[in-house]
Design a protein around this ligand. Structure first.
Ligand code: SAM
Ligand code: SF4
Length: 339
């Protein structure tokens, strides 16, 4: 049975945060110091994550899972979890191109240690990978992430391509006055590597609450900047995917922009989220959560968990209101929700 929200959108994609911890401290996400980490026992075990994912896949025809965090690769024994989740099968009766097949299992990572584990993750059944990279300049990388790992991330991107992930995508959050001068350089990097760069508009989810509308570099500006150097044509409809995509007219591949602020795609959203400590959320910007961990640990049956997930989806709102007076920042920041 499909999970359909009050606005007629079908849930297809579950984003699972597997840790709130991270080996970077990106300025747009975390403070330099002072994050209060969850205690080990507060975080869902692999068995608990698998059980909830299985309910979503087998009862509700969810066909796509994405592991995120925090930084998912800092969770010990990650390939074990990947192997368990990769075996989940979409029901034969599902209205999905993957009906009767294994789910689409993806991960978003900062790439710092990927060079060491890309092959193992691929063998364990991870199908797709997104790596975050906001700059190609070492000093700026250090300034943005507060860690000196640019060369490791670049090696991680190469390792992901080499391991056979298809596609490998690179996410770049663009901030005014920080890395907006590198839009063409990053696009060029994608063209040379033949991987898709996806520019992301900066969202008000930084832990320090310093986001300002003026810091956002919007989709129109990003596309015009690239088009001025490498002419582009838009690729037809994105469906439920968050990125609008363009093709280089000279055959140099494709580039995407995720316009969460200037052109929100809430009307097509097919996502729900599970935080590292088992709180179910229907939107990045939700101000309510549904405590599945308490149910799991209190002995709830699969039927009861499924009913709670259904109830949560029944409360999904039409969309966020960034920029409107009605907008309320969620209490959690990006790394605590799972981006
Ligand atoms: N640590 C992993 C990483 O950085 O790829 C996964 C988690 S991270 C929270 C997921 C994505 O959210 C990354 O691509 C990151 O750049 C993006 N992100 C974090 N804070 C953001 C913000 N305030 N606005 C827009 N994107 C943000
Ligand atoms: Fe860590 Fe990712 Fe947040 Fe950067 S964006 S601090 S890598 S969780």
């Amino acid at each position: 049975m499909e999970l359909i929200d009050p606005f007629g959108r079908t849930v297809r994609d579950l984003r699972i945060s597997i840790t709130d911890r991270c080996n970077f401290r990106c300025t747009y996400c975390m403070p330099e110091e002072g994050m209060a980490w969850l205690d080990r026992k507060e975080i869902l075990s692999f068995e608990e994550i698998h059980r909830l994912a299985q309910i979503c896949v087998e009862r509700f025809d969810v066909d796509s899972l994405r592991l995120t965090g925090g930084e998912p690769t800092v969770r010990a024994h990650l390939p074990v979890l990947v192997e368990k989740l990769a075996k989940l099968r979409v029901p034969k009766t599902a209205n999905s191109p993957l009906a009767g097949k294994n789910i689409d299992l993806a991960m978003t990572t900062n790439g710092a240690t990927l060079r060491l584990i890309a092959d193992e993750l691929r063998s364990a059944g991870l199908s797709r990978i997104n790596i975050s990279l906001d700059t190609l300049q070492q000093e700026k990388f250090l300034k943005i992430t507060r860690r000196d790992h640019l060369s490791n991330v670049l090696d991680g991107i190469d390792a992901a391509v080499h391991a056979g992930f298809a596609p490998v995508k690179v996410n770049a959050v663009i901030q005014r006055g920080v890395n907006d001068d590198e839009i063409v350089a990053l696009a060029n990097f994608g063209r040379e590597k033949q991987i898709e760069i996806r520019f992301i508009e900066f969202m008000p989810l930084d832990a320090q609450g310093q986001w300002q509308r003026n810091d956002v570099v919007g989709q129109d500006e990003i596309v015009a900047t690239i088009n001025g150097v490498y002419p582009l044509e838009q690729v037809a409809s994105r469906g439920a995917a968050p990125a609008d995509r363009w093709r280089y007219l000279d055959g140099g591949g494709t580039v995407g922009v995720i316009p969460s602020v200037t052109k929100p795609f809430c009307g097509d959203c097919d996502r729900v989220r599970l935080t590292a400590e088992g709180q179910f959320r229907t939107c990045l910007f939700s101000t309510t959560e549904f405590d599945l961990r308490e149910m799991l640990r209190g002995g709830a049956t699969d039927d009861a968990l499924a009913a709670e997930i259904k109830r949560a989806v029944g409360t999904k709102w039409a969309g966020h209101a960034i920029g409107n007076v009605t907008f309320v920042r969620p209490k959690r920041s990006m790394s605590q929700i799972g981006g």
